[in-house]
Design a protein around this ligand. Structure first.
Ligand code: F6P
Length: 371
């Protein structure tokens, strides 16, 4: 009996997913004679047993395509939304589907949330190998995730383009960059795009310090500034307020919790970048504008670096499966790959370390990091 494997993509889409599907699938078929099936829409499609059988033809022509040919969802394996307010542990059903197809392994392509789901599937006896994809680059245990390089390229180009218009109008322009709770994308694109100020979640910012740096630039003859602001960056005050509310939620009685959670959610949903733009306009007298880069950063064809990363991690995954390895993240380590136990990395967010060389470079160049 030929061996069979399954593949699915979960979480937000990311450039390089199709390159990885192709690499895992083709290597499994060609090098190891395995059968390959893909499940649609992440863990939801696995539970519903919605799948496609891949032959080598159906894996051709997808290397350069953005998004994921399998579709994706943010469904959680042990807390799946039932549409009526209930959340249920659907892992037994998924286990049945895996048994029905006699899958030797399930390959899941995802970010930090997917790593947690992957570990939870291992706990019910499904053999899982995970690949790190996300534009946020926040998966621990790997040097880098695929999707990050492409998104950084798009955000950098946007910052490049904002320079000329900011310069012409003597304005402050804030480019809001994705990245969820981490600052890799804003820091990388901000540095590559020559931003004057870079704001990341790891360094809560002081509005007065930013305003004063802009005024200093203005006095020196540069009456425009570019700010790369991570979507998850908060001012010092907001950060303190969030920490206090979070601590209160932990200890509050059940009847106070909804109110505290609503206040926390209002803080999180506030248009921070727009509010910062208004505050800087008032403090500096310079007009300000906000450009939210949004999902454009996740769309379109992957960069060569992401195609290469997805391809080498994908082909390595097939050989790990052939060797019986599972319960791991197939991670990039320098030029090689490493199978890192999911137990070590699931639920561990990779923040930008404050002594990272990109931070050092930014500081050496006089780029303001908001502190
Ligand atoms: O995780 C990738 C990401 O693009 C984050 O940077 C962003 O915060 C989030 O997904 C947006 O999610 P959605 O596409 O569900 O709005």
């Amino acid at each position: 009996m030929p061996r069979s494997i399954g593949i699915l993509t979960a979480g937000g889409d990311s450039p390089g997913l199709n390159a990885a599907i192709r690499a895992v699938g083709k290597a499994a078929q060609r090098a190891y004679g395995m059968h390959v099936i893909g499940f649609y829409d992440g863990f939801l499609g696995l539970m519903q047993n919605r799948f496609v059988r891949f032959d080598s033809d159906s894996l051709s022509g997808i290397l350069t395509r953005g998004g994921t040919v399998l579709g994706t969802s943010r469904a959680k394996v042990d807390k799946m939304e039932m549409g009526d307010g209930r959340r249920m542990d659907m892992r037994p059903l998924m286990r049945d589907v895996v048994d029905q197809h006699d899958l030797e392994a399930l390959v899941v392509l995802g970010g930090d949330g997917t790593m947690r789901n992957a570990l939870k599937l291992e706990e019910v006896g499904i053999k899982v190998l995970a690949l790190p994809k996300t534009i946020d680059n926040d998966v621990s245990g790997t040097d880098v995730t695929f999707g990050f390089d492409t998104a950084m390229g798009i955000a950098t180009e946007a910052i490049d383009r904002l320079h000329s218009t900011a310069h012409s109008h003597h304005r402050i322009i804030l480019a809001e960059v994705m990245g969820h709770d981490v600052g890799w994308l804003a820091l990388g694109a901000g540095l590559a795009g020559g931003a004057d100020v870079i704001l990341i979640p790891e360094i809560p910012y002081d509005i007065e310090a930013i305003a004063s740096s802009i005024q200093t630039r203005k006095a020196a003859g540069s009456a425009f500034s570019i700010i790369a602001a991570a979507e998850g960056a908060y001012s010092r005050e907001d950060n303190k307020a969030r920490a206090a509310l979070r601590a209160e939620v932990e200890t509050a009685d059940d009847d106070r919790k909804p109110d505290l959670k609503a206040r926390l959610s209002a803080l999180d949903k506030a248009p921070r970048t727009e509010n910062l733009a208004d505050a800087l306009e008032e403090a500096t007298g310079l007009e300000s504008r906000v450009t939210i880069l949004g999902h454009v950063q996740r769309g379109g064809t992957p960069s060569p670096a992401d195609r290469l990363l997805a391809t080498r991690l994908g082909t390595a995954t097939a050989s790990y499966i052939a060797d019986g390895v599972h319960g791991v993240l197939v991670a990039a380590r320098g030029e090689t790959t490493e199978a890192v136990p999911l137990k070590e990395i699931a639920g561990v967010t990779k923040f930008v370390p404050l002594d990272h060389p990109w931070i050092d470079s930014a500081r050496s160049l006089g780029i303001v990091l908001g502190d």
